[in-house]
Design a binder for this molecule. Structure first.
Ligand code: AMP
Length: 227
């Protein structure tokens, strides 16, 4: 299964990807995580990406596309993958289509995680991440103790807040989503790949909708698919 999770920052792409990984045993490919890892290791690429990330802007397409090419060529992506946070603009979507056409492995579905901006603001400001295992918590909706056991952190998450989840950067990230990423909705609708789910619900409810949407036939071009 090869799917894209499309949604604004805070719509739950990372959380739902984690569930999909457990259910379908395919990797989550998050460009945000790959970039944060590069920044943490202070690689050349990480240093080039850091300023844009700190400002809530998109990192150059060439950097992100190079990462994606490398990641999708790994053996664990042969059976499928969940793209989380990629593509983020039309140029990236077109490059992805070409890359997957070369590999002979087109996308199966693009799931739009639909959610209101007011909810996003609360989610982003409450989001915390375990420094050891990478699990995503939320001080309002899924505090420590609410997620399944973790062998890596021994269920004692060391929570940190992403620098770009600070209030002053959140507004910019949502602006970038509206301007650059939202056009992908029509792009993928026209390609017959788009499925829409309501992301403003309990994690488990969203997950049930998501797994149903993954198995649902592709949308008719030009027609919104709503539950
Ligand atoms: P995320 O964890 O997906 O919210 O990504 C965090 C930040 O990484 C974004 O605000 C961007 O600065 C950068 N980033 C992640 N994915 C992409 C992408 N596909 N294209 C450009 N920049 C990205």
């Amino acid at each position: 299964m090869r799917i894209v999770l499309l949604g604004a920052p805070g719509s739950g792409k990372g959380t739902q990807s984690q569930r999909l990984v457990e259910t379908y045993a395919i990797p989550q490919v998050s460009t945000g995580d790959l970039l944060r890892e590069a920044v943490g290791k202070k690689t050349d690429l990480g240093l080039r990406a850091k300023a844009a990330m700190d400002a809530g802007k998109l990192v150059e397409d060439s950097i992100v596309l190079g990462m994606i090419r490398e990641r999708l060529a790994q053996p664990d992506a042969e059976r499928g993958f969940i793209l989380d946070g990629f593509p983020r603009n039309i140029a990236q979507a077109e490059a992805l289509t070409l890359l997957l056409a070369d590999l002979g492995t087109p996308l199966d579905a693009v799931i739009l995680m639909n959610i209101d901006t007011a909810v996003l603001l609360k989610r982003l400001s409450g989001r915390r991440i375990c420094e050891d295992c990478g699990r995503v918590f939320n001080v309002f909706t899924s505090p420590p103790g609410s997620l399944p056991n973790c062998e890596r952190c021994g269920d004692k998450p060391r929570l940190i807040q992403r620098p770009d989840d600070k209030e002053e950067v959140i507004g910019k990230r949502l602006e970038v989503f509206e301007a650059q990423t939202k056009p992908l909705v029509e792009h993928y609708r026209a390609a017959g790949l788009l499925r829409v789910i309501n992301a403003d619900a309990e994690v488990e409810t969203v997950f049930v909708d998501l797994t149903a949407a993954v198995g649902r036939p592709a949308a008719v071009p030009g027609v919104a698919l709503r539950r």
